[in-house]
Design a protein around this ligand. Structure first.
Ligand SMILES: Nc1nc2c(c(=O)[nH]1)N[C@H]1C(S)=C(S)[C@@H](COP(=O)(O)O)O[C@H]1N2
Ligand SMILES: [Mo]
Length: 387
């Protein structure tokens, strides 16, 4: 017998840390509860579970929970009982609150369909290489999140005039002496009518991987803003100071040389997502018959609105508009598609480029940054068309 940990270590080593979650291939591993409720996902890390959605699952406007990516910086809480769980609201407030799950739900419910993307999505494509989880396209998903508005809690607690930022703490199990995953958002975003304490995702209670029993949902912003297993909300007079606010999750104020060093004082905290599209199918390296080829993908723009998606089938020389799927919601991606009659057999490069209503367009290359954040260069796949 080998220990479970050693077993996982061997598997991770064998597959260079990347493997596809396949119940048959994993044998008894498949029934382990660390991956409960997940199907066909790419495992980017097992120590702290990080699961990426393969591109074929971008075909659904609402991402089913089994296909929704997971990003954990620490261990998920092992014991969570909604009856024992408490949420406190404190700091710069007149009346601190302690709420149970039933009390929380009494604040009423509001639904926001949001595309949640990890700031590190696409890190794998940054050149030169940057360390961190090597996400490709799928650290993103869209779900309908439901729960009370954060501002309704803050209004009952009564934010003092010096309350400028709102800090969130989750119940993650911290491995040894590392800083807790604690971050804050500015009071304006906290008071936005669409910022939620979500208790449900796609109609069901949150699962453990996604923050049961409650998480914040900060729509249009990087995933890191939406704290899972929420247990403490604290109003602060300034931005929270901690590893995950600085040096973590910051962008250079000015472009820096690829591979260069970054002074934390020349950075700002990342908030909203950029404009981005990805090609879901055909997938990179696939062989397709010489006939009408269906190209499809998704496009999103954080707090912006996707205005159009263009597709190029000649390596970027000419661009044509893609059509949108019917479904839309303010903070959700649009699915798009384009039918292409390939002119000839051979190797072809397909590209997609989104533009939003603020005039932002995906760049040819994303400005390099040492965290590998907000990668949003024009997407491309190379396919083989056979006669
Ligand atoms: N408590 C806690 N909240 C967290 C995290 C975490 O590690 N701990 N990861 C964050 C990051 S970086 C992302 S991208 C999203 C991912 O949410 P998901 O796992 O539900 O997809 O959760 C965020 N909230
Ligand atoms: Mo993230």
């Amino acid at each position: 017998m080998i220990s479970r940990r050693a077993f996982i270590g061997q598997l991770a080593g064998a597959a260079a840390g990347v493997s596809v979650l396949n119940p048959l291939a994993w044998g008894s591993e498949a029934s382990s509860d660390e991956v409960a409720g997940k199907e066909g996902m790419i495992v980017r890390s097992r120590r702290f579970l990080d699961l990426e959605m393969p591109t074929e699952f971008f075909n659904s406007w609402i991402t089913p929970v089994p296909h929704f990516f997971v990003r954990n910086h620490m261990h998920e809480p092992s014991m969570l009982d909604a009856k024992e769980w408490r949420l406190t609201v404190g700091g710069e407030v007149r009346k601190p609150l302690t709420l149970g799950f039933v009390d929380l739900e009494k604040f009423g419910i509001h639904a926001v369909t949001n595309t949640l993307e990890c700031a590190g999505n696409g890190r794998r494509f940054q050149q030169p290489h940057v360390p961190g989880v090597q996400w490709e396209r799928g650290a993103v998903g869209t779900a309908r999140f439901i729960g009370p508005r954060l501002r309704d809690l803050l209004e009952v607690a009564g934010v003092e005039t010096n309350g400028k930022h709102v800090m969130f703490r989750g119940l993650d199990e911290i491995p040894g002496k590392v800083p807790a995953f604690v971050r804050s958002i500015p009071i304006e975003k906290a008071m936005d009518a669409d910022t939620l304490i979500a208790t449900r995702m796609n109609g069901a209670l949150l699962t453990r991987h996604h923050g049961f029993p409650a998480r914040t949902l900060v729509p249009g912003w990087i995933g890191a803003a939406s704290c899972k297993w929420l247990t403490e909300i604290k109003v602060l007079d300034k931005e929270f100071e901690g590893n995950f606010m600085k040096p973590g999750y910051r962008m250079p104020k000015q472009p820096i040389l690829a591979g260069g060093e970054l002074n934390p004082d020349d950075t700002y905290p990342i908030t909203a997502l950029g404009v981005k599209s990805i090609i879901a199918t055909p997938i990179e390296g696939s062989s397709l018959k010489l006939r009408a080829i269906q190209i499809h993908g998704a496009a999103w723009a954080g707090e912006g609105k996707v205005a159009h998606v263009e597709v190029s089938t000649d390596s970027g020389a000419t661009w044509r508009l893609a059509s949108f799927g019917a479904q839309q919601s303010r903070y959700a991606w649009r699915l798009w598609d384009y039918v292409w009659k390939a002119p000839s057999a051979g190797i072809h490069t397909i590209m997609s480029r989104a533009t939003d209503d603020r005039g932002r367009t995906q760049p040819q290359t994303t400005a390099w940054n040492p965290g590998g954040y907000l990668y949003n260069a024009i997407d491309q796949v190379t396919i083989h068309v056979v006669a």
